[in-house]
Structure formats: structure tokens, C-alpha cells
Design a protein around this ligand. Sequence first.
Ligand code: AOF
Ligand code: ZN
Length: 364
Amino acid sequence: MTVDESYMDMALELAKRGMGAVNPNPLVGAVIVKDEKVIGKGWHERFGGLHAERNALADCKESTEGATIYVTLEPCCHYGKTPPCTEAILASGIRRVVIGSSDPNPLVAGKGIRILQEAGLTVETGVLKKECDALNAVFFHYIKTKRPYVVMKYAMTLDGKIATATGASKWITGEDARKNVQKDRNRYMGIMVGLGTVRADDPRLTCRIPGGRDPIRIICDTGLCTPPESNVVTTAHETKTILATACADEAKHAPYREAGCEILVVPKKEGHIDLGELMRMLGEQGIDSILLEGGGTLNFSALKQGIVQRVQAYIAPKLFGGAEAKSPVEGSGAVLPSDGWQLSDVSVRRIGADLLVEGDVKYS
Ligand code: AOF
Ligand code: ZN
């Protein structure tokens, strides 16, 4: 690692501290260095709060005259909920700005860099770009498409089953893998399942890590048949629950609304709700990311309708067998091997005794 890369790496680690608190804004970290010494550190801590650059400047106890700032995302140059970071950098006397990712936000998009260069500062871009871009995959997708970034997550056995033939699924993976999922429930803003999962498991879909934030629960229920006594309905006053349905019958909505649920009426597509339209509606509500923990039917529809950006498969080193045992993606499936969904940039990681295989979905 070069010196610039190691300070950028420090800024990346700081950025991660904002996970779960900044959506739909980006995760950003900043480090200020003078005479080979770190004099200030900051990150974007919460949505609507100060940006990483301003937090790092506020952290400096000594003069920033002539210093270098490392920031994981191009500094903003617009008046949003906070004034432009470019102004704060110029006022500070910082002379060199090292940037990881450029900001695709049309309000910034290269203008932040230009303003700094035109003021005579040295600007380096693309330092640890791959890592910085990966950290903000959600933000980049959301700012460009206004649709949530969807991560399809499932846990299966080595023979591809998500439950035994009798329907038992607790547990497939070990504790460490399950802890990792809890972190993602804090990180992503929404969590989505289908009616089948609510009926089979009656899940709470909450985040069980201390200090974590519960994701917004989104239940895909075409005919509006979610059991009123299910956990997602009875706890809807405490944790936001959205029922996405094609049923427009107000009388059927009323009891769910009284229980605290929000109803989204979505048009139908091929017998189920139109997931593309649902994503548009959820994006409009500011939901930038969704962990899809759906069963096989919903997972298939989600892939078919092209709403999934990333797949995370937790694989346990055991086998269930059983022709009737459920698998993660069902529906009618692909016709030919070449019709399947291909992942790119695939990574494999060991978590406890399990494997996590993940990658980006390529839609051709
Ligand atoms: C952040 N945190 O550390 C940086 C951001 O509405 P505002 O004022 O918070 O501005 C949000 C935009 O600012 C965001 O879309 C991104 O383009 C830019 N940079 N945002 O939330 C930060 N550096
Ligand atoms: Zn800013």
C-alpha cells in the first residue's frame, strides 16, 4: 500500500461507522494529515448531519494550513441539508485533496473536484477507488435510478435446500453467519419477504444487534392474506411494516391500517405484484436498499423482473436431501442454462463453518 492508500484505507474504516445511520446518503470518511501526522478524523455519522469533511475539520486541534485531506467520496459543492464541503476545505487552507470515488449525484458530479482545482489545490482522484465504490454501491445505485438496491440473501445446505422436506429451517447456518445477517439488517433500510415466509416462519424481521436499527418490513402479499395475528402485523406500531398488495379493497385494508401497517397498492404483473413498480414506489419513500429474504417464489419473481442487484448465498456444509425440500429460487426457473442469472465479481468467504458466496447480478 502507498502512503496515500493507507490514509484512504483509514478513511474507509471511518466511513463504515456510519452504517445503518446515514441512508439514503452515502457512507463517507475523511482523514486530515499534516507533516506526516493525522491531525483530524471524521465520518458522516447520521442522515442530515455534517458531512465527513466538516467532521474531520472540526476534529483538528491544530492549524490545517497546508494539510492534505483524504476523503472517500468527492467533496460536495452544493447547498443541501448542509453547506458545501468545498467551501469548508477552501477556508481551511488545506492544499491537497485525495479522493476515492467520484460522486454521481448530479448536483456534484465532477463539479466538486473542478472547484478545488480551479482554486489552485492539488487534487488526486481514484485512490482505492474499487474499495470506495464498493462501500457505496447502494448510494450509487439509488442516486442514479431512484430505486432501492436489492440484496437477495438466503441460507442453504450444500445440496441447495433452504428447509427440510418437513419445512424445518432452524437453523441451517451457524451463529457467526447469522450474526453477519443481523449486521446487514442494520445496514440496509428495508427487508422484504413474501406471504409464504410470513405464514411458514412468522418472522419478526428485526435487527437483534445492540444499538442496531430495525429495517422497514415490506411484505409482498398480492391478495392481502397476511394473517392479522402474525408478528409483522401485531408489532407494526413499533416497527414500520408495509404490505404491498394488488388488493385495492379499502374495507380489507382497514384492519391492517388500524394495526399500524402501511398499505401500498401495486398493479399486477403475471399474477403477482409488479415488483419494478413496487421498487419505484419504495424509492420514492426514500428507501435506498432492501435485504430480500424472500422464499423461492418471491426470489424467482425478483430475479425475473430484474430488481436484484446482488446475491448473497450462505452455504452450510451439510445436506438435507428430499425432493419436496424447498430451494432458494423456485417459480418456473430458467429454460436453458444460458438463460440463468450470471453473477460477476464473485467473492467467497468463510464465516465460522459456513461459506458466503456473493456477487453482482448481471442483466444483459
Ligand atoms: C453525505 N455525507 O459526508 C458527503 C456527502 O443533503 P446533504 O447536504 O446531506 O447532501 C447530501 C449529498 O452530499 C449526497 O447525496 C452526496 O452527493 C454529497 N456528499 N453526503 O451525506 C458526506 N460527503
Ligand atoms: Zn459535503
